[in-house]
Design a protein around this ligand. Structure first.
Ligand code: NIG
Ligand code: FE
Length: 385
């Protein structure tokens, strides 16, 4: 089954073409099965079984949301309300979600996570990483990852989110890197640690990441969200694919990232929802750091599944250009997942793409809050919105 997409206003390839986004005009795309088969001048497009008329809209790679916490129950709207009335964000509310998650049935967790994946898809996201981290015991972490795996291949073991209420920190770290890791590793591609004030320190983070690496998991770190600290340095030292948040960085942190293969994943939804200062994206990019954008979708610090919203924040409040933000939300996310089959449009790549109800990528930030996603192809299968 082949699909021809034509009447494209602008094609963002992140590959061959003009500028950072590899922009092409007057081209058509042919999808065969779950792959891109052909990109070329519209006049030379081969015959296909089906046609999608992009109506002059821009076509982009599907968004790659490389940081999301979707397996949980309940919400924390009251905590958000209190924060907007002046309370600080400390991460302490994580334990509220842990209690609700433990009490929920598998089906409730599956339904809630599935709802959020569908919500993200309607906003153009075709790949979403899903973390555990609201179970915090062997059984509930393993079931969180089993459910996450039903929805995504990009699953992350975050048993080291916080020390659960009533546990001794040292004993908990031993549990995480011992039997919890053993139970969770079969369902996870990645291991992540929240290395920050009130969560895990350098030694604990190193012990858990090292154990995960020995099990064959790739590394990610929640680093430098609440304070400057060892997270980013450790991520670089241990070869993590991504250091996420990067809100409070020293010059040494920025330099370490610039000289490494570790991507800085910025999560402006978290700063928005916790009313915190944004990370200095300009400084990172200008120093040569690769930057990705993701939602951090979770019920505490960033309850949004919208990559277009994060792009708009990155442009308006983090001084990224629209091209930088779109690139970070597509190719950047793919890089943090160490994937080259997504995040760019070229023959052989996965047929994951979005058609906008707007003629160029600029409109994603220029028209904030407007539902501009007209159509999404995921694995070559179209849905209309
Ligand atoms: O990435 N910082 C740690 N974890 C999440 C917040 C989780 C929560 O508050 O429930 C984050 O922001
Ligand atoms: Fe997070």
């Amino acid at each position: 089954m082949s699909i021809l997409i034509d009447n494209i206003g602008e094609l963002v390839t992140n590959d061959e073409g003009a500028g950072l986004l590899g922009l092409r005009r007057d081209v058509a795309v042919v999808v065969e099965g779950d792959r891109i088969a052909w990109i070329g001048p519209s006049a030379q497009a081969p015959a296909s079984d089906q046609r999608i008329d992009a109506g002059g809209g821009a076509v982009l790679p599907g968004f790659v949301d490389s940081h999301a916490h979707l397996v949980f129950a309940g919400d924390r709207a009251a905590e958000f309300g209190a924060r907007m009335a002046g309370e600080p964000y400390t991460g302490g509310g994580i334990r509220t979600t842990v209690a609700a998650t433990r009490a929920a049935s598998d089906d409730d967790l599956r339904r809630n996570a599935g709802r959020l994946v569908a919500e993200a898809r309607r906003q153009g996201t075709t790949t979403i990483e899903i973390k555990s981290g609201y179970g915090l015991n062997v059984e509930d972490e393993a079931r969180s990852l089993r459910i996450a795996r039903e929805l995504s291949d990009e699953t992350t073991f975050l048993g080291a989110h916080v020390v659960p209420a009533g546990s001794d920190p040292g004993e908990y770290v031993d549990l995480v890197r011992g039997s919890m890791l053993a139970a969770c590793a079969p369902y996870a591609k990645w291991v992540d640690v929240f290395c920050d004030r009130g969560a895990f320190d350098e030694e604990q983070t190193r012990a858990i990441l090292t154990a995960g690496k020995q099990r064959g998991l790739g590394l990610r770190v929640h680093a430098n969200q609440l304070t400057e600290g060892p997270g980013v340095r450790l991520a670089v030292e241990l070869g993590a694919a991504s250091a996420d948040h990067c809100t409070h960085l020293s010059s040494a942190d920025v330099d370490a990232l610039a000289g490494s293969a570790t991507v800085a994943t910025l999560l402006p939804g978290a700063e928005f929802s916790t009313r915190s200062p944004y990370p200095d994206a300009r400084r990172l990019i200008d120093t040569g750091v690769t930057v990705a954008l993701a939602t951090d979708c979770n019920p505490g610090s960033s309850y949004t599944s919208s990559m277009p919203f994060c792009i708009a924040l990155a442009v308006r409040d983090m001084r990224m250009t629209p091209a930088e933000a779109v690139h970070a939300a597509t190719a950047g996310g793919a890089k943090t997942l160490r994937r080259d089959d997504i995040g760019r449009l070229r023959p052989g790549a996965r047929a994951d793409l979005t058609v906008l109800d707007a003629p160029s990528h600029l409109h994603l930030a220029y028209r904030p809050g407007v539902p501009l996603i007209r159509q999404v192809l995921h694995n070559g299968i179209p849905s209309n919105y």
